[in-house]
Design a protein around this ligand. Structure first.
Ligand code: PHE
Length: 358
């Protein structure tokens, strides 16, 4: 019996001091394994006389149960400790800022579109879209372009093979066909902006064959040219972040607006550098006007009841001016070093309430 007590102390000790699941398994094998100490004693029971066998057998069974229970308790404790250690080691702090090294960048054109849309969204405009490949009717005819209009000429427009029904197909030369698509598909009141790609056969320092525009269209029963002016003044001041930025509306001509205007913003060209602000010089940024009654009628809208304004603006130039990007063509060279320099942090989503990118 004393021997068994000593063995119990020894085995319990080896279990209590096992400091890993592997060490505990070694202790288990040493006690209960095929060649374990208890197993050995169990085997030797056969050599005892019946009386001693019963007594020793009962004591060995009690010890075996105690050892098994101690093993299980220690195993559970070690497993829990190992889990805790792993949780601690693999903990992720989701409140840490994004690691800049691993970040992609938002292209300045995408960022500028998001900023412009954010400003117009604040004024109640929704976003509309249309296809890059257009038919002649949406791109020209419904917009009141006469058949011989210079913009239709081969040099400016990318023509595609005719559609099966004979329609002439083009890469849209402006975002204005989406005015038509919007008016045809929904009744007034309408208030949309249309950012998107546009195409003209032109390539030099200041022109790329693909570029971007944002179109605006408002149609209801009361909107007039004063609203157009207010809307664009508000937009330009918010976009360039210049509170007293002056705007100049110069009479102009577009087939789809009457009257039409081109809009200049104040700037300075001192030192060969363009700076936006109230400095006395002017820079053209967009075309606009009151939607021509012929366009309303072509879209099935009663021009005696409804009226409104439209504007169209390039996106590259304002982006270059705002972010100091000197060369238009670099926008489309897909140079990662350029993008890293001029690109934006993905989480920096433009929003008028929290401030635009500046
Ligand atoms: N579509 C014109 C252009 O590309 C811009 C414009 C849009 C002018 C809407 C007036 C109204 O030059």
């Amino acid at each position: 019996m004393d021997d068994l007590n000593a063995l119990k102390t020894e085995l319990m000790d080896s279990i209590a001091t096992a400091d890993s699941l592997a060490a505990l398994e070694a202790a288990r094998v040493a006690a209960l394994g095929k060649k374990g100490r208890l197993t050995g004693l169990m085997k030797s029971l056969g050599g005892l006389d019946p009386e001693a066998r019963r007594e020793t057998g009962a004591a060995l069974n009690t010890l075996k149960d105690a050892v098994a229970a101690a093993l299980e308790a220690r195993r559970a404790a070690l497993a829990e400790a190992e889990l805790q250690a792993r949780l601690e080691a693999e903990r992720v702090d989701v409140t840490l800022p994004v690691r800049p090294r691993r970040q992609g960048h938002i292209h300045p054109i995408s960022q500028t579109i998001d900023e412009m849309v954010a400003i117009f969204a604040e004024m109640g405009f929704a976003v509309a879209e249309g296809p890059d490949i257009e038919d002649d009717w949406h791109n020209f005819e419904a917009l009141n372009f006469p058949p011989g209009h210079p913009a239709r000429e081969m040099q400016d427009t990318f023509y595609l093979p005719d559609r099966d029904d004979g329609a002439k197909m083009v890469l849209r030369t402006h975002t204005s066909p989406v005015q038509v698509r919007t008016m045809v598909s929904q009744p007034p009141p309408i208030r949309v902006v249309v950012p998107g790609r546009t195409y003209r056969s032109d390539y030099d320092m200041t022109h790329t064959p693909m570029f971007h525009q944002i179109e605006g269209l408002v149609i209801d029963e009361t909107t007039h040219m004063g609203h157009l002016k207010g809307c664009l003044v508000e937009f330009a001041r918010a976009f360039f972040n210049v509170d007293d930025l002056p705007l100049r509306f110069r009479p102009s001509f577009f087939p789809f607006t009457e009257p039409s205007a081109e809009v200049d913003i104040g700037c300075s060209r001192a030192g060969g550098q363009i700076k936006i602000g109230n400095y006395g010089d002017w820079l053209e940024i967009l075309g606009c006007g009151m939607v021509h009654p012929n366009v309303l009628e072509a879209c099935g809208i009663d021009s005696k009841r409804y009226q409104g304004f439209a504007f169209g603006m390039g996106i590259e130039r304002p982006a270059m001016l705002k972010y100091g990007i000197p060369d238009l063509r670099t926008f489309f060279e897909a140079d990662l070093r350029w993008l890293k320099h001029y690109g934006f942090v993905p989480l920096d989503v433009p929003n008028v309430a929290f401030g635009l990118t500046s």
